[in-house]
Each structure stands twice: as C-alpha cells, then as structure tokens.
Ligand binder design. Structure first.
Ligand SMILES: Nc1ncnc2c1ncn2[C@@H]1O[C@H](COP(=O)(O)OP(=O)(O)OP(=O)(O)O)[C@@H](O)[C@H]1O
Ligand SMILES: [Mg+2]
Length: 583
C-alpha cells in the first residue's frame, strides 16, 4: 500500500474537486436514508387510518388512504430526484478527477521514458514500457476514481444507516448486522479469485494475439514454405488454453452472484423473522419492519463492494509499484556542460569500448584525428566495429566513461552539453527508421521547431536523388508512409533518411553505410551532390564500397575493433594488402 502514497500529490492537486465529490457522496447517503423513514411513516399512517376506518362506517375509505399514500409517494420521488442529482455530481467530480490523474501520469511516464538512456532501453522491452503506461495506469485510475468513491460511500452509508438502525431497535440491529462481515469477506475472496483468473486469461490472450500477429506478419514466408498447417495448429493450441482458462473463470463468476444473493436473502429473512417477533411484542410497528428491510438492502451493496473495492486497491498498489520502478530509474541526461565549439579537431585518444555483458571489446585502442572540414572514411569487414565507432561519436553512449576519450578541441565529449552537441550533429544510422508520417515530415523531422522552407526541402530531396521517386508517389512530398500509406523500397528509405540529415546543414555528419542499398549509378550522383553539400562540414563516411570511400581524404581500416591501416585511398591501395583484399 505504501506505493500508493505516490498518488497523494495528485489528490492534493485536485483537492477542491475531491472535496465536492466526497461531500456529494455524503449528501447522497443522507437523502437515501430518508426513504425508509418515509416508508415507515407512510405505512404506519395507512395502518392507523385503516384501523380508524374499520371503526367508522361512513368514512370515505379509498379517498383518505389514497391521499396520504400519494403524499408519501411524491415525497419519496422528490427525494430520489435530489439524491440522483447528488449522485450524478459525485460521479462527475470523482471520476473526472481519476481521468485527469490518468492523463497526468501518462504524460509523466512518457516524459520519463524519453529522458532515459540507451541502457534502459536495452534492459526493458517495449511491450513492458507500454503495459506500464496503459494497463497499470488504468489500474491506478480505478483506485483514484471508483475505489475512493466506493470507500467513501461505504463509510458514509455505514455511519448513516447503522446509526439509524440502532436508534430504531438496537437489539434487532445487532442480530441483523452480524452476518454482513461474512458476506464482505467471502466477496473479497471471490474477487481475488476473479482477478487471478482474469490475469491468467490476459496472459494467454497476449500469447494468442502474438501468435496471430506473427503469422500474418510473416504470411508470405509461411505460405512459400507451406507451413500453414503448423501455424494453424500452434494457434489452435493457444486458443484451446485460452478457452480452458475462460471457462474456469466463468465457473467462478457464475458462483459469485448466487452466493451474494443467498447471503443477502438470509439477512432479509432474519430481519423479517426477528422483526416480526418484535412487532408481536409491540416493540416495533409494521412500518419499522419495512424500514429495517430497506436499511438492510441499503447496506448490502456497500458491504458487497467492500470486498471488491479492497481487491481494486490491491491491484492498483501492485500496478503503482511497477510504475514507481520506472519513475525511480535514474536519468543520467546531463543538460549542463559546455556549449559545443568545434574549431580544429576531434581526437579519439586510446578509445576502447566493450558492450555491456560482452568480454571482447568492440573497439580497442583507437587513436584517430578528425580535422575540421575533412571527410574521413571508415571501412572494414562486417562486425569490425564501424557502427560502434559511429554510435560513440554520435554520443549514443555519452553516459559511459569511454566518451572521455573523445576530445573535441581538447574538451571531452562527456563535458559538453549534449543537447547542444546534437543540434550540430546529423547522424544517419545504419538501420533506417521512418515514422508513419508524410515524407515531408520525415525529412524535416530534425529541423528545430519543424520550420523548413520549401526550397531547402527540395534541394535536400534533389541532393539525395529522391526527386524522381517523389514525383511518382500519389501525393508527392505529402505521401504518407508506413502501415497507413505507401511502402518504400530499401534504397528509397535510405535516401529519405539521408535527406533528413542533409537538410539539417550540420557541422558534423556521420553517415553509417547509408548508400548500401542504392545502385551504382544513383550512388555516383548522390556522392557528387553530397560532396558539394558537405564542403563546409566535417564528415565520417562508413562504407564497404569504393565510391563513397573515395570522397574521403583519409580512410581508416578496422578489423576486430582495431585500426589495421589508414591513409588515403591511393596510399592504402599501394601499401595495404588488407585494404586491397577488402576492396
Ligand atoms: N548493442 C550491442 N550489444 C552487444 N554487442 C554489440 C552491439 N552492437 C554491436 N555489437 C557487437 O560489436 C561488434 C561490432 O559491431 P558493429 O555493429 O560495430 O560492426 P560493423 O562494423 O558496423 O558491422 P557491419 O558492417 O555489419 O555493419 C560485433 O561483434 C557486434 O556483434
Ligand atoms: Mg555497421
């Protein structure tokens, strides 16, 4: 339960709403409690009249009884309406607060997620991130909204109704209330069973969905290998288990209501039996008896919901615990630090880097000088550490101590304001990622405040040799990509990704194998364009092919994380057997 203390700040934030909501709960209960009193008064009045009538031959029988019945009926109706208004307001305030808190927590989590570094995303799966923001926040909302509302309702109705019952007849009240804790307790247990069953069903459902999702995502390959049967059987197995779990839950569920009704019925019986005896002894009017039956029924729902509400709170506490776990992850983003100033060189000084959980370093003793305004080429076999080098230079691991070996004009990257550094950097990663937005949005994505002139978009598109492709798409630059729109070829994706970097006109470019899926002729054209484009920037080009490498004045050859040769293309061709073989 301690975990839920976190939510107190929100209860405080919306305390005015909470206050009015809780006041309405109280008023709803007070007005509800007036109904049984009116019923008693009405019934006793009618009985008195009928006694009087039976002793008086010329009394206008129907008229009198009818008049008083009408009076009480109208009074009850009026009270019911007032009560309804309060009940409506109670839901409008308390449930609305819970929605507002839900909104706040989702935003808080989203911001937190965005601030967390690479290490966090390696340890946690996207599905887990989403379920904490979705399902867990919903569970917490059930605590803020319904649970608090029902708890207040239970508390107030207990106070009001039990007080009234004891004032009417303390002896009877005691005996009638006796079985209620049993009811509450058993409902609590059944609710827990229901929750457990639900959880098992949810888990199975996600397996079932995943199985269907993977089947249809890979439907082409499944068909071409003739594996429909096997996948059908797998789906069937998951479905069978899902059915079994659902049936089990349905069984518990169908026990739930009869059990509740049985316990409620027994309490009512007890009132009528014991109350009837009191009436016989003259300590109780028939009106009192009716009043008591209604009181009891007013208590049944709160008592029943006590168990259910307790289970809700427990569920919320478990969810809040999971949310807190993520909120407590430390965020290492350093937004202080020096502004990015790059006048002369970027120096890699004995840079060694080992991925977490690996024993062999991905980069070892790298010494490299990157001079401002130059293009540096990086090549090497697959797995030799090229992308690792690119990621380190792009400050993807800037919280690792290794960044201290990267010096920009003598200042370590670790001491530089990372946001400022990124403003001056354009990085095209090896695996392209495009958003399901328009091509225009994908290209202008990195521009601060999103404002890019039409002219600059077009010139970036031209430089990336995308103009012809774009003119063929239905809406040109406004064509939507991804699931909702067109699918691009591998080479087209790479060029959109390149245009996104080019339009940024950054000081430092890192291009990780960004032309690998492009045909030789287009590659040549792009290289010509970007050479002009990048003449004022410093560029690191990673590639397996000669053409992009030839842009570079200096080429570094990596093998198993070490530099095995470096120099100009001509120099390496003449002096490095390794390079020559690679080419
Ligand atoms: N996130 C990671 N966690 C652990 N090991 C990694 C990670 N990324 C890469 N590696 C390992 O580091 C080594 C270097 O990988 P890197 O991606 O830098 O190679 P590369 O030269 O870019 O290869 P390619 O030409 O295929 O792109 C490889 O052995 C790879 O398995
Ligand atoms: Mg790579």
């Amino acid at each position: 339960m301690r975990e839920l203390l976190f939510l107190n700040q929100y209860l405080k934030k919306y305390q005015v709403w909470m206050f009015w909501g809780l006041l309405c709960v109280l008023l709803t209960n007070i007005f509800s409690a007036m109904v049984p009193i009116l019923v008693r008064l009405g019934l006793d009045e009618a009985l008195n009249q009928s006694i009087w009538i039976s002793g008086n031959a010329d009394a206008p029988i129907v008229g009198l009884v009818f008049q008083s019945a009408l009076f009480f009926a109208l009074a009850i109706l009026l009270i019911a309406i007032v009560r309804g208004v309060f009940m409506y307001t109670m839901r409008q305030t308390l449930v609305v607060v819970s929605r507002k808190v839900e909104y706040d927590i989702k935003n808080l989590l989203f911001d937190k997620y965005q601030g967390l570094g690479e290490g966090f995303y390696r340890k946690n799966m996207t599905g887990d991130l989403l379920s904490r923001m979705g399902e867990d926040v919903s569970n917490v909302r059930m605590y803020i909204g319904p649970a608090i509302m029902y708890f207040a309702n239970i508390l107030f109705s207990f106070i009001v109704v039990i007080y009234l019952m004891f004032t009417v007849n303390a002896h009877l009240a005691f005996w009638v209330l006796l079985p209620l804790p049993l009811l509450s307790f058993s409902i609590y247990h059944v609710s827990k069973l229901l929750n457990k069953g639900n959880k098992l069903i949810q888990m199975q459902l996600s397996l079932l969905t995943a199985s269907a999702q993977e089947t249809f995502a890979g439907i082409r390959i499944i068909k071409s290998f003739g594996m429909e049967e096997a996948f059908g059987q797998k789906f069937n197995r998951e479905g069978e288990e899902y059915k079994k779990r659902s049936m089990r839950l349905a069984k518990i569920n169908s026990l739930f209501f009869p059990l509740m009704l049985l316990l409620m019925g027994m309490s009512t019986l007890l009132v009528i039996y014991l109350g009837g005896k009191e009436v016989e002894k003259g300590r109780f009017t028939p009106g009192n008896l009716a009043e008591f039956v209604i009181y009891l029924n007013m208590l049944i729902w709160p008592v029943a919901s006590l168990g259910w509400t307790t289970a809700l709170v427990q569920k919320a506490a478990a969810s809040q615990k999971r949310i807190n776990e993520f909120l407590q992850v430390e965020n290492h983003q350093v937004l202080e630090g020096q502004p990015f100033l790059f006048q002369e060189t970027i120096l890699l000084n004995q840079l060694t880097f080992t991925y977490e959980g690996k024993s062999i370093p991905a980069l070892q003793n790298i010494n490299l000088e990157i001079i401002k305004g130059k293009i540096i080429g990086v090549t090497g076999k697959t797995g030799s550490g090229k992308s690792t080098l690119a990621q380190l230079l792009a400050a993807q691991y800037y919280t690792n101590p290794e960044t201290q070996s990267i010096l920009i004009d003598g200042v370590s990257l670790a001491a530089i304001n990372i946001a400022d550094f990124r403003r001056h950097l354009a990085y095209v990663p090896q695996d392209v990622f495009l958003f399901s937005e328009t091509i225009r949005d994908n290209i202008t994505f990195g521009i601060e405040d999103g404002k890019a002139s039409e002219e600059s978009i077009l010139s970036a598109v031209e430089a990336a040799c995308l103009d012809k492709d774009i003119s063929q798409w239905p809406n040109g630059l406004n064509t939507v990509l991804g699931e909702r729109g067109v699918t691009l070829s591998g080479g087209q994706k790479q060029r959109v990704s390149l245009a996104r970097a080019l339009i940024k006109k950054a000081e430092l470019y890192i291009l990780d194998d960004c032309l690998s899926a492009i045909d030789v002729k287009t590659e040549k054209a792009i290289i010509k364009n970007i050479q002009r484009w990048l003449s004022n920037s410093t560029t690191i080009v990673i590639s397996h092919r000669i053409a992009p490498l030839r842009m570079a004045s200096h080429i570094v050859v990596l093998d198993e994380g070490r530099i095995v040769a470096q120099g100009s293309h001509e120099y390496l061709m003449a002096n490095s057997l390794y390079y020559r073989n690679l080419i």
